[in-house]
Structure formats: structure tokens, C-alpha cells
Design a protein around this ligand. Structure first.
Ligand code: AHR
Length: 664
């Protein structure tokens, strides 16, 4: 190429670049952040999490127990255990209540072997393998039982064991006319033994055996086999397998707990949701049944289609909150299940339960409940401050939960009792109880479309500041949200800019639900998707992470360019970290076009030498993450130069951007 031509071409390209940049800046609209006009203080609990045992979030999820139906109480027929026999075996495998381990755990498994057929005979468990069968699980339903067994046969997601890890196995055993060896082994599906121990010193009464298993090979579809080498009768109960390594050694699955911790939550609401209410009162989550020896916890039928062991109990939730550095928020049962309610004149024991829960969490070790807490390994108080009185009660939902008239007298009885004994406890109501009863905070729940959430970004701008403060305790884009797509994430992000701007009234919030195992899914979308091996965050998870990890202490007023759309394309919130003086700007571009904006910090006196840009974006609104592509939509980070007036930035289509500038 001729040199003159080359020069001319480069010159033209340069002019073109200058023109485009100048033009872009000339034509870029301006967003002004008023550093000299600080708004509300942003509540430290604004970004919380809500944990509910739904979609196997607890048993089979965060609670690291690997054996499903460990106490044989999960149903009136044997589920999750499969006999190991051969063609000549003569043996029976039956649920038996003749000699209960204890009164809360009446059922055990009786294995009676008359003829081994020349090989070991036993039973195996593949953990939380399979899927939830469709529909409810009525006790005697053959169809449910067959569906469940079939999903177990088809799946390849058994016990996940690693060669470099150790596992704590325990079982309660008793035996009659059995003089052989009982073997406990971790095995592949084809029967290769990866770790094994045997015992023979059992008795006719219950004895607990605890052993450590160290597999020689890893396997993601393993099974736990319990087998006898000769005829006899053996009973099993509380068969448990736990990884030695759990998060902070408190029994939580490390990767799932880490996903929670990465959100830096200010708050942990537990144990539900509808789960805490129960479909009927008999299934209500009663905290006193969830503490102490796991073998003594009766467990409860979970409204989401499986039995919960209560291994994840009141103490564990308080511990989890402490481990996460989050304020615990306990949802106390107000005597209203979804379908039936405690009569008003019989409410006292339920009120006492709530009062005792507060004592268990907070009282000194010299008290009855404090002493019990200490005996469970936590002498120091947990400092529970937030108690929600019921969940979604009084809303008049078609599926239940009662009307305002049902809720108010019960709520008031709880409120008065809690306040008179513990005036510092912050009581949260399910509905706006005023003027009939006071409330420290009101919990609002929203499962709507993304457009609804964009519109709701201004919902609290004109909220009457004399009314009770708010907790948006459950929310998520649920319409056209797929398994958790970018459309949902954008809607929630737009909404969050409004919560942050109004944090003088919205003190707390939590996305819902947090977890799902897609094999056991009863509700979608969710923030974190997991199976027995892996987990990933949905785009909504990353919105939570971006907002919570960049929570300012004080809001700053933002002026966005005027919008002509019925629903604006851009949403923003800005703030200041009081200690570090970091400037934080969050911008949501819900549109399919990039948006270039000049960013003008008016009244800025200090120098901001560097910054960082974190952007979550997708090519389409329907884009999702998956086990195959877990990070497809996840924040991308890059450095920003020193802030200077006239700084302009392009916000990509379908994006949530956090710009953060530092003074040094
Ligand atoms: O988050 C899922 C469910 O939605 C909760 O259990 C309930 O409170 C709400 O209806």
C-alpha cells in the first residue's frame, strides 16, 4: 500500500474517532449525582436473605446430611432405601414400631434375613437421588411410591463422595439371633467398595455406632450399603452420613453456605414462608421440636412435598445467622396454618413458644433457656432482635392463611406478650395492622412481572413517612422469568434502586426463594440452583450480590435524564460509604440499546483517583445460567480511571452496572 494513502486513511480514521467520541459526548445525556445533597441513611439490614426449606433447600441442600430418610419416618412406607438381595435370598425389609428408639422417632427398619443365598444381604441408600413425585404424597398412595422409585432408578445423582475427604457415619442398631458381621460401606453403583467398616458387638437393645469412612476413590453417584453376612434380624435407625468438612464446622454444605456468605447479608429470615406455617396446624414448625439431639427431633411434614428432619433446627438457624454475620429474623407461628387456626382461647401455648424462643436465643446461661442453649454449644446469647408474627397471615389469599379479621386478634395477643416481656424486640406484622394494632415493621411480599417491578421502583417515594417502616420480605419477578433469566434480574434490580433510595422506610428486604434443586423443584425462579454436586447463581443472585456488596451508608440524590417512555429505560441509585468515602453508582439499563451518559457528581470536593466497574449483562432477556454455563451471566469487572467532570460511560443493553470510585 502506498505510504501517502496509508497516512490519509489513518488520518481519516483518527478524525472519525475524534468526531464520534466528541459527538457521543456532545449528544450523551447527563446524569447528575448530588454529592452535596445526602439522602436517607441506608439501613445495614436492607439487603438480607430469606431461607426456607423449599425445593430441598434444607434437607438434601444446605443441611449436609447425605442420607435421605435417615430415621425411617419420611413416610408410612419405606422410601429412599433399596433392598440388596439375590435370587435366592429370603428376607423381609419392614418399617417397625415394636421397640422405638425414642417416642419422637418411633419407626425403625427391621431387616429379617432367613436365607442369604450365599451372598451378603442388606439395603442401600443413594442420598437425595431422584425427584419429587408429582402431587402431594398421601401416606398410602401407590402411584406416588412408584413414581418416586422410578425417578430414583432413572437418576444418576447419588451420593457425592471425594477421595480426599472423610465422612462420619453413624447408626443406631439392635439385633436378634444375628451372630455375624454388619458391614457399612460406601460403594459405586456396580458394587466396588470405596470404604468399609464392620461391627459385630451389637445387642438386643439400641446401640449407637460411629465410624469414619475415607473413600479410596471419588464418585458422584455412590451409595451407602448396610449388609449382613448371614441370617438373623437387625433393626436400624438414625442412619446418618455427614462429610467431615462442613461450613464453619456447623453442619452446612460448604458451597451452598458460601453462596449465602458471598451475598454479605445483613439479615437472615427463617425458617419460612409457608413452610413455617404448615398446610395444617399439625405440620406447623414448632421450634422446641427442632433443638437438641437430632435423634429426638420428630421432624415435620413439609408443605413443599417432603418430610423435613428438623436437623436444620432453631439453634442451627441462629448459628447460621451468626456465621454469616447477619441479624437473625425468626418467623414465629401465630397459631395460623394455611388451612386451620388455633382458637383464640387456646392461643397461650403458641404465644409461650414465641416467648421461649426469644429466651432461648437471648437469655443468660443462668436462665433455664440460656442454660439449654449453652448445653447445645452456644453459651453466648445470639442477640435475636427481629421476630415476625406469622407468615402471610391475614392477607385473605384464596389458598389460605386467614383474613385480616382472623389475624388481627392473634397478632395483637402475640405483639402485646412479646412487647411486655421483651420491649426491645422488633415485631414484624404480615399486613398493615394500623389503626387496629401497632407494628414496628410490616412485611410485604411481591411475586410479579418485571414491568410491575420497574413501575414499583417509585412505589415508596411517596410512602407516608408517619406509617410503620417496611420489610420487603419476599419478592421476585415470577412472570416470564424462566428458570431465572435476565428479564427477572433487571426487574428486581430496577426495584432495588427504589428500595435503596427509600431506605428510610424500607429497612430490610430479601429475595425469595433462595435455593432450588431442580430435581425437587416446587417453585421457580430461585436465586441459587444446585444438585448433589454443583451449584450456580441465577442472574437474580448476581443482582443481589452486586447490590449487597455495594451498599452505601448514605444515599445521594440522582437526577436521570428525562424519559419519554411509560416505563423508563434507566434506573439508578447512588450513595456514599462514610468510612472509605467510596462513591457508588448503580445503573440499570432495561433496554436493548446501549445508553451513553455523562456522569456528573455535583458538589464533589474530593479527588477520586481510581474506580472499578462491575457489569452484569446479557444478550437477551431470556438468557439464563445453567450447570453447563454457570457464569454465562455473571458480573464482569474492570478498572476505571480517575473521576473527572465530563466522564461518560456506556451502559450496555440489558445490564446492571455498579461503578465505584475510591479516593486512593
Ligand atoms: O417463597 C415461596 C413462598 O411464597 C413462601 O413460602 C410464601 O411465604 C410465599 O407465598
Amino acid at each position: 500500500m502506498n505510504k501517502g494513502f496509508q497516512f490519509k486513511r489513518n488520518w481519516n480514521l483518527f478524525l472519525c474517532f475524534v468526531f464520534v467520541s466528541m459527538g457521543a459526548n456532545l449528544f450523551a445525556a447527563t446524569m447528575t449525582i448530588h454529592v452535596d445533597q445526602p439522602g436517607p441513611v441506608v439501613s445495614p439490614t436492607l439487603y438480607g436473605i430469606f431461607f426456607e426449606d423449599i425445593n430441598r433447600a434444607g434437607d438434601g441442600g444446605l443441611y449436609a446430611e447425605m442420607i435421605q430418610n435417615r430415621s425411617f419416618e419420611d413416610n408410612t412406607f419405606l422410601i429412599a432405601w433399596t433392598p440388596l438381595t439375590n435370587a435366592s435370598t429370603v428376607a423381609t425389609f419392614e418399617l417397625d414400631k415394636a421397640v422405638p428408639l425414642n417416642s419422637n422417632n418411633p419407626t425403625s427398619l427391621k431387616i429379617e434375613v432367613r436365607k442369604t443365598g450365599g451372598e451378603r444381604v442388606g439395603i442401600f441408600n443413594q442420598g437425595f437421588k431422584g425427584m419429587v413425585a408429582t402431587g402431594k404424597a398421601p401416606e398410602s398412595s401407590r402411584k406416588w411410591r412408584e413414581q418416586f422409585a422410578e425417578t430414583q432408578r432413572q437418576a444418576d445423582n447419588g451420593l457425592v463422595i471425594a477421595a480426599d475427604k472423610k465422612y462420619r457415619f453413624s447408626a443406631c442398631v439392635r439385633a436378634e439371633d444375628f451372630f455375624g458381621k454388619l458391614s457399612f460401606s460406601l460403594e459405586t453403583q456396580s458394587g466396588e467398595i470405596l470404604a468399609e467398616k464392620t461391627i459385630s458387638d451389637f445387642a438386643t437393645h439400641w446401640k449407637k455406632f460411629e465410624i469414619t469412612l475415607a473413600p479410596k476413590k471419588s464418585d458422584a453417584n455412590a451409595r451407602m450399603v448396610i449388609s449382613m453376612d448371614r441370617p438373623g434380624t437387625v433393626w436400624l435407625d438414625m442412619v446418618s452420613l455427614f462429610p467431615n468438612d462442613t461450613w464453619k464446622n456447623h453442619g452446612f454444605r460448604p458451597d451452598l453456605a458460601q453462596m449465602m456468605d458471598d451475598l454479605k447479608p445483613g439479615l437472615l429470615r427463617f425458617p419460612g414462608g409457608s413452610f413455617s406455617e404448615g398446610h395444617i396446624l399439625a405440620d406447623a414448625w414448632r421450634w422446641k421440636e427442632t433443638i437438641g439431639d437430632i435423634a429426638e427431633r420428630p421432624g415435620t411434614w413439609n408443605i413443599w412435598g417432603y418430610r423435613s428432619t428438623s436437623g436444620l433446627g432453631f439453634h442451627e438457624y441462629l448459628q447460621l445467622a451468626e456465621d454469616l454475620g447477619a441479624q437473625p429474623l425468626y418467623v414465629a407461628h401465630v397459631g395460623m396454618a394455611e388451612k386451620d387456626f388455633v382458637p383464640l382461647d387456646q392461643l397461650q401455648p403458641w404465644i409461650q413458644d414465641a416467648l421461649d424462643a426469644i429466651e432461648y436465643a437471648n437469655a443468660p446461661i443462668t436462665s433455664k433457656w440460656g442454660e439449654l442453649r449453652a448445653s447445645h454449644g452456644h453459651p453466648a446469647p445470639f442477640n435475636l432482635k427481629f421476630v415476625e408474627i406469622g407468615n402471610e397471615n391475614g392477607m385473605g389469599y384464596s389458598w389460605g392463611g386467614g383474613t385480616r379479621t382472623d389475624y388481627l386478634p392473634r397478632y395483637k395477643a402475640f405483639y402485646d406478650a412479646v412487647k411486655s416481656r421483651h420491649p426491645d424486640i422488633i415485631c414484624i406484622a404480615n399486613i398493615h395492622t394500623e389503626p387496629d394494632a401497632p407494628a414496628d415493621l410490616v412485611d410485604e411480599h411481591y411475586y410479579e412481572s418485571s414491568d410491575w417491578f420497574f413501575r414499583a421502583a417509585t412505589k415508596y417515594d411517596n410512602y407516608d413517612r408517619s406509617k410503620p417502616k417496611l420489610y420487603v420480605g419476599e419478592y421476585a419477578v415470577k412472570q416470564d422469568a424462566g428458570n431465572g433469566n435476565m428479564r427477572a434480574a433487571l426487574g428486581e434490580a430496577g426495584f432495588l434502586t427504589g428500595l435503596e433510595r427509600n431506605s428510610d422506610v424500607v429497612k430490610m428486604s430479601s429475595y425469595a426463594p433462595l435455593f432450588t434443586n431442580p430435581h425437587w423443584q416446587k417453585w421457580k425462579p430461585d436465586a441459587v440452583v444446585f444438585d448433589n454436586t454443583l451449584c450456580y447463581g441465577t442472574p437474580s443472585y448476581y443482582v443481589q450480590k452486586l447490590f449487597a456488596n455495594n451498599r452505601p451508608d448514605v444515599e445521594l440524590r440522582v437526577e436521570l435524564p428525562e424519559s419519554t417512555n411509560a416505563i423508563p429505560m434507566l434506573f439508578a441509585a447512588a450513595g456514599l460509604n462514610m468510612n472509605s468515602r467510596d462513591l457508588i453508582l448503580k445503573v440499570v439499563n432495561r433496554g436493548g440499546q446501549p445508553a451513553r451518559l455523562k456522569i456528573n457528581f455535583s458538589g464533589l470536593k474530593e479527588e477520586y483517583l481510581k474506580g472499578v466497574c462491575n457489569v452484569l449483562s446479557a444478550e437477551s432477556l431470556t438468557d439464563e445460567n445453567s450447570f453447563e454455563h454457570p457464569d454465562k451471566i455473571s458480573p464482569r469487572s474492570r478498572d476505571l480511571p480517575m473521576y473527572q467532570p465530563g466522564f461518560s460511560h456506556v451502559f450496555p443493553p440489558y445490564s446492571v452496572t455498579v461503578l465505584r470510585w475510591f479516593q486512593n
